[in-house]
Design a binder for this molecule. Sequence first.
Ligand SMILES: Nc1ncnc2c1ncn2[C@@H]1O[C@H](COP(=O)(O)OP(=O)(O)OP(=O)(O)O)[C@@H](O)[C@H]1O
Length: 577
Amino acid sequence: MIRFFQKTYAMSEKGAKDLRGAIIWTIVMDLSFMFPVVLGFKFLDEYLGVLLHASGSRGSSILSYVVMAFILFLVMLIITYFQYDSAYTRIYEESARRRISLAETLRKLPLAFFGKKDVADLSSTIMEDATQIEQLFSHTVPQLYAAIVTIIIMGVMLFLYNWQLALAVFWVVPVAALVFYLSRKFQSRSHVLLYNLKRGISDSIQEGLDAIHEIKSYNREEARSLIINGELDNYEETLIKSELLTGALINVSYAILKLGLPSVILAGAYLVSTGTISIFTYLVFLVVAARIYNPIMEALNNFAALIYLNVRIDRMKEMDHMPRQEGRTEFQPKNYDIEFSNVDFSYQDDMQTLKHVSFTAKQGEVTALVGPSGGGKSTVAKLSARFWDINNGRITLGGEDISLIDPETLLENFSIVFQDVTLFNASVMDNIRLGKKEASDKEILQAAHLAQCDDFVRRLPQGYATLIGENGEKLSGGERQRISIARAMLKDAPIILLDEATASLDAENESKIQSALSELIKNKTVLIIAHRMRTVSGADKIVVIKNGSIAETGAPWELEKQQGIFSSMVKAQYQNN
Ligand SMILES: Nc1ncnc2c1ncn2[C@@H]1O[C@H](COP(=O)(O)OP(=O)(O)OP(=O)(O)O)[C@@H](O)[C@H]1O
């Protein structure tokens, strides 16, 4: 049973055990709700038995019934407490565990996985889905399983008591369940459809918000609204259709269940008239028939909710089964040379991005990746830090295969300065501190100074304590980049990955960043994505990447002599300047 719950509901072992406990307590609670009915019948049997089936005998006093009722009330109270504790407290604990485990999964996914589209989707899986699931687990699931077991127990007891009337009570249940079962396929399909539509809408909204500047500057607000409105209309239409059909099927099931009571009335009256059963038995079944269909309807309702749960659980399982990046957490390389040997890589199955890429970026040297746009420079740089795992070949750091090293451990050795700097709505100081969380204020100020941040920070209202807005919106591109360089300085990792995209900066800013960078890269393994040939002349080694393959490699002066791609790029750039 534990295994079944773990597999079906993507639960931890402890969570599955707690769910079993919640179900057992809910069964006990459901059965305990029959205590007053049983006591009532015993009372009726004793006091009115003579009238009903000529066998009553007054054994107990009314006071003893009051005492028994009080004791039963206390027992029911205790049972309800345990049911509450098992269904709510523990299931919510499992929910917390589930969220933590999803967050852990995210940590182990390749960095490249976190495209903008997926981030909206992932946060909705962690927050919204996990909340829905926790509600279903605390209410629906224990109630459903408990209702099934309770109804079976009561059914067996009623059949043993009188099979003809039990048949009159229960014939409707399999028929109603059959209608429900037949509708299950439809419900399940429409829930998957609705869920995916909803995910699509949140992606579109997220995308719209992310690109709000572009949308406004190109006057695309109306077109964008039309797209989102269209998606919302489609969702609404599908939702109404699904609700109508699901509602209709559920109501057919309810209507069938409602035939149960008239069946008992008719069959009971007939059996009493033929003297097959006593009026007392008839009464018992009438009371049972009046009470039993509500829990069955509830069970059917819960069953419908469970179908919805499955869609969400499947999404969680999908996340759980995504390929994770794992590896050794101890890593002491003998040096920091990065070596690519025959590396093949593709983002999508049908398109190879890198083909047989081999080169070495040596420690203490600057290796510049150059080549036409879209050739694969950024891809090579990111692969060296294991943002993705490669398809073929080997990438080593200090002779050790990086695919065997835990990505977080590996990244401790990298300082990365890319074009798209991410800043947080915190102070300048705290944004730089991201490079080394235990750094003292003095170290941070030193790194900021080296990265030429002092002059622009001085102009900010509270200096280094100024909050810089969502993703540093109050700063210019060059200022953001210098903060990113300060972070890298502070981290002082042995390998530097640098996207030297400073072409958009003015001359003063550019020279400041260049001097900051020259401080940063001293004595490190430096892999630089170079856009300007001027800066590349100082590199120790050039690797020209074109169409995903290495076209040329060597020292700048060697390549200039070859009159190949590199030399024509250098010439083209000088002609343009
Ligand atoms: N996340 C991604 N998913 C799918 N394809 C991608 C992804 N990132 C890059 N590509 C594709 O891989 C190829 C190489 O891209 P890459 O960014 O490595 O080139 P690049 O040489 O750095 O270009 P640029 O100089 O313009 O920055 C391109 O065809 C690009 O469209």
